[in-house]
Ligand binder design. Structure first.
Ligand code: ATP
Length: 306
């Protein structure tokens, strides 16, 4: 009995490791496919983050030779501050986050972190310093605990649960039949877009990076979920250099600076109040979103009354 149990248990461990390796290889290929040219320069040093300021200097970029996406972009995210990028679909917002994470190299200009060109440092050290909350979070076919611990493998159970509380996903997990041991995936916990994003926030809390990049999900969230995510984000981005790629303007009203991107160029920049007063592109986007939200709320009201 014991003899049988041991090898099976061992095989379970091996299986888990193989599965993890497969997932990592998939992720590796995903990155490699995106840009096989991103390489460490010979003798690249690790990034030394002190304050954690991020600076884009005249950044130009195109995925394809004849189609420029970013056409000379300069801005700074001072250490500990939050800068939000907004703008019409296809303006190049998510491209900015991919460039900062160095999934691609810039075609012109440079990106600096605490004065160091990100091209000159090792990719591993760069990515270790940035917490990325992507639009679409990859979840593993494993327990919810494992999925959160992915942020930092040596985190204790208490730390995993504390991170989940900060990300406001702890209540949801505790309501599941096996709590933190509930498997995620086809036969277990199925997470909505908003819940997945909160798992990504919990991972980031564990990773505790000096720089945070949030690429907000495009999909509309209900106002309760949005408020929960908003609360979670405010907590993780506090005192951390944060770049927020925003689709819903309501989430970035408090940003230190809002950059309005249009066709790869900065069309406007300023605080929410100043941009509203300027009555330009931002103000018209804001008014459009408000009208859409009000219409949605009226519809919900009709549903409730009916
Ligand atoms: P959205 O608000 O819809 O998410 P966005 O402002 O974030 O849009 P990006 O995702 O940065 O826009 O894309 C900018 C442009 O680059 C788009 O026209 C898009 O089609 C193009 N693009 C994005 N990824 C690639 C790629 N891998 N290869 C070629 N073109 C791409």
């Amino acid at each position: 009995m014991i003899q049988l149990y041991v090898p099976l248990n061992f095989m379970g461990m091996v299986y888990r490791e193989i599965k993890q390796a497969i997932i990592d290889i998939e992720k590796m290929f995903e990155v490699l496919e995106r840009d096989p040219e991103v390489e460490d320069v010979p003798g690249a040093k690790p990034l030394a983050v002190s304050a954690g300021s991020v600076r884009f200097e005249d950044v130009r970029f195109s995925y394809e030779p004849d189609r420029p996406i970013l056409k000379g972009l300069s801005f700074e995210v001072p250490a500990g501050k939050t800068v939000a990028i907004v703008g019409p679909s296809g303006a190049g917002k998510s491209t900015i986050s991919r460039l900062l994470f160095r999934l691609y190299d810039v075609s012109g200009g440079r990106i600096l972190i605490d004065g160091q060109d990100i091209k000159s440092v090792t990719q591993a050290s760069l990515r270790a310093s940035i917490g990325m909350v992507p639009q679409d979070t990859v979840l593993f076919n494993d327990t919810i605990r494992y999925n959160i611990r992915y942020g930092r493998w040596d985190a204790s159970n208490e730390e995993v649960e504390e991170a989940a509380r900060l990300a406001q996903i702890d209540g949801f997990i505790r309501m599941s039949p096996q709590g933190y041991e509930t498997p995620v995936g086809e036969r277990g916990l199925k997470l909505s877009g908003g819940e997945k994003q909160r798992v990504a926030i919990a991972r980031t809390v564990l990773k505790a990076p000096p720089i945070l990049v949030l690429d907000e999900a495009t999909s509309a969230l209900d106002s309760h979920t949005e408020a929960e995510i908003q609360g979670a984000l405010e907590r993780v981005s506090r005192n951390r250099t944060s770049l927020v790629i925003a689709h819903r303007l309501s989430t970035i009203v408090g940003a230190d600076e809002i950059i309005v991107l249009d066709q790869g160029r900065i069309a406007e920049r300023g605080t929410h109040a100043r941009l509203l007063a300027a009555d330009g592109l931002y103000a018209s986007m804001w008014n459009r979103q408000r009208e859409a939200e009000e219409a949605r709320e009226r519809l919900a009201q009709v549903d409730d009354d009916g």
